[in-house]
Design a protein around this ligand. Structure first.
Ligand code: LER
Ligand code: MN
Length: 270
């Protein structure tokens, strides 16, 4: 398993609750590397504004890789959702998803997340069709769209791992998989080990956040059980810390790494 953390891509001035580490993009990248992460999950707004060469240069300078493109800012900051009922709005979101897929390929990751970008409510059949058509774009770029169940208070579309797997199976593409986020799982799932075992064949990405959405170790989720369950199914993808930047973005990022890195090291020694 490889270990990443969510942080903003360059040129976003607004503060974002789940962007870890403070400073310029280069300063954040250096701190992420120093804290013991292997990669970054980049939170992106408008991909056309990004200087990709500069991002790649900085990330490589600190021996990191891009774990995933996080799409959550599309709904929270750009007002775009893939389940928008109005066709022109939905088309704008679909176009943006295509840009994120292309961005992911150019930055060398396989994963584009589909979490809150899908919207808070809407028609699941329409969303499934939209994701099926995006899967064809993803195929051309060797990208996997990682569908993330969100807890019931954030969306009425796909709350559980089982619901996500139903959508993934209905689409039937190797370019669509499952993203499990421990914060959402803590609300919606009955068992860490059973859910992870049952979703083995679909699982492509994992978000780590504690029960209160603080850094791992600041709530009551047993991350040893979570990570051991992932190891037992042979999961070799990314576990990406995505949690509130509290008490501040640096402390939260460092604390999360201090909780997770020793468990990963121990598991990898077994
Ligand atoms: C939102 O709660 C979340 O977990 C993000 O990954 C969604 O884009
Ligand atoms: Mn998440």
């Amino acid at each position: 398993m490889k270990f990443a953390v969510t942080t903003l891509s360059p040129l976003i001035e607004e503060s974002v609750s789940i962007s870890l580490f403070e400073g310029t993009f280069e300063e954040r990248t250096r701190k992420i590397s120093d804290a013991g992460y292997d990669g970054v999950e980049l939170l992106v707004r408008d991909p056309s504004k990004l200087n990709l060469q500069q991002i790649l240069f900085t990330i490589r300078k600190y021996s990191l890789t891009v774990a995933a493109i996080g799409s959550g800012l599309q709904s929270s900051m750009e007002g775009l959702t893939l389940s928008a009922s109005e066709s022109s709005q939905r088309q704008k979101a679909i176009q943006r998803a295509r840009e994120l897929i292309s961005l992911g390929a150019q930055l060398g990751t396989k994963i584009v997340t589909i979490g809150s970008f899908r919207g808070k409510s809407g028609d699941l059949t329409l969303l499934t069709d939209t994701l099926a058509s995006l899967a064809k774009d993803a195929e051309g770029f060797s990208i996997i769209l990682a569908i993330e169940p969100l807890n019931r208070y954030e969306s009425s579309l796909i709350n559980t791992a089982k619901e996500a797997v139903n959508v993934i199976n209905a689409i039937g593409s190797p370019n669509v998989g499952l993203l499990l986020d421990t914060f959402h799982m803590n609300i919606e799932e009955a068992s860490w080990s059973e859910t992870i075992k049952e979703t083995k064949s679909s699982l492509v990405h994992v978000h780590l956040g504690d029960s209160n959405r603080l850094a791992p170790g600041l709530g009551h989720i047993d991350f040893e059980t979570v990570l051991t369950s992932l190891a037992k199914i042979g999961y070799s993808g990314w576990v990406s810390s995505e949690h509130l930047a509290l008490p501040n973005p640096d402390k939260a990022g460092i604390f999360g790494a201090q909780t997770i890195r020793p468990i990963l090291n121990q598991i990898q020694c077994l």
